[in-house]
Design a protein around this ligand. Structure first.
Ligand code: SIN
Ligand code: MN
Length: 277
């Protein structure tokens, strides 16, 4: 069990949920955000000009495009406040056993009938290259739309984070895990389709193998993914994602208080040309 949490940590997760994360590599929290909060997020996701100006596409192995917008610093707009809210940050600090900072967030815009697949990979498969020595890293995926098998929900190999980091290589415009390892892992770890209701939050470990299929349905599958690194895992070198930058936590009520506030340049959106993942 983690022991060195910051003194101000509110500990939103129960010990059983932390054990689940340690065993399975993920823990699902239904209703992490309520309907009103998700409506606000969907409004910003649709209307935020800067966010769409910085959106880019990644091609899967079949030539289908997946659209996303990615930023390094949270800022004080709605998505920034969400990623600084205690229900996520304090939970992350419980899961990673100490202070965390915002590593980046991304809005995944998996569009109806066109949204491409993501190859099996571990996030730490890329983040390792950025000078992060330890896999003390995790993400929280928040479903903005309902995520189902039909619209290409996230899939995970339950418990596969226990393998540690595996080799990654280039497939199409994406980086994926060594296919031989993935095939072997698929025989030993349960394959779970994370079908989520809007507002659900999936906390998952940086070494959990995950993927998603193309969206062949008439429904979009948009989600926000907020990624964190442990403060004690400050990267030893510069990369396209930040080194330790103290995170200013906000109370959960700040999400509704800020309302549909759009983003500003301070977020440091990623230029796709700088993305080496
Ligand atoms: C990811 O691996 O970052 C996202 C995959 C997905 O949203 O389908
Ligand atoms: Mn990923």
């Amino acid at each position: 069990m983690p022991t060195d949490l910051p003194a101000d940590n509110t500990q939103p997760l129960r010990p059983q949920q932390i054990e689940q994360f340690e065993r399975d590599g993920y823990v699902l929290i239904e209703g992490l955000f309520d309907e009103e909060e998700i409506d606000l997020m969907l409004r910003v996701a649709r209307e935020d000009r800067l966010l769409h100006e910085h959106a880019f596409e990644r091609e899967d192995t079949q030539g289908r495009q997946s659209r996303l917008s990615l930023w390094n610093h949270p800022g004080d707009d709605l998505f920034g406040i969400v990623s600084r809210s205690r229900r996520i940050v304090d939970a992350m600090e419980q899961l990673l056993g100490g202070e965390v900072y915002h590593y980046h967030s991304k809005l995944m815009l998996k569009e109806p009938r066109t949204g491409g697949a993501w190859e099996w990979h571990q996030d730490y498969g890329y983040w390792y290259q950025n000078g992060c020595l330890l896999p003390l890293m995790a993400s929280c995926l928040i479903a903005l739309d309902r995520a189902s098998r039909a619209n290409g929900c996230l899939q995970v190999l339950k418990g596969s984070q226990q393998m540690g980091r595996v080799e990654h290589g280039r497939f199409g415009e994406q980086t994926g895990a060594d296919p031989e390892r993935v095939e072997a892992a698929r025989e030993r770890f349960e394959h779970v389709y994370c079908q989520l209701d809007p507002g659900a939050g999936l906390f998952f470990h940086g070494n959990l193998l995950h993927a998603s299929d193309a969206n062949t349905s008439p429904d979009s599958r948009w989600s926000l993914i907020c990624c964190y690194n442990a403060a004690r895992n400050d990267p030893y070198k510069e990369s396209h994602h930040p080194r330790y930058t103290p995170l200013d936590k906000v109370p959960d009520t700040a999400v509704k208080q800020i309302g549909a506030k759009p983003s500003a340049a301070e977020k440091a959106f990623l230029d796709p040309a700088d993305d080496r993942s």
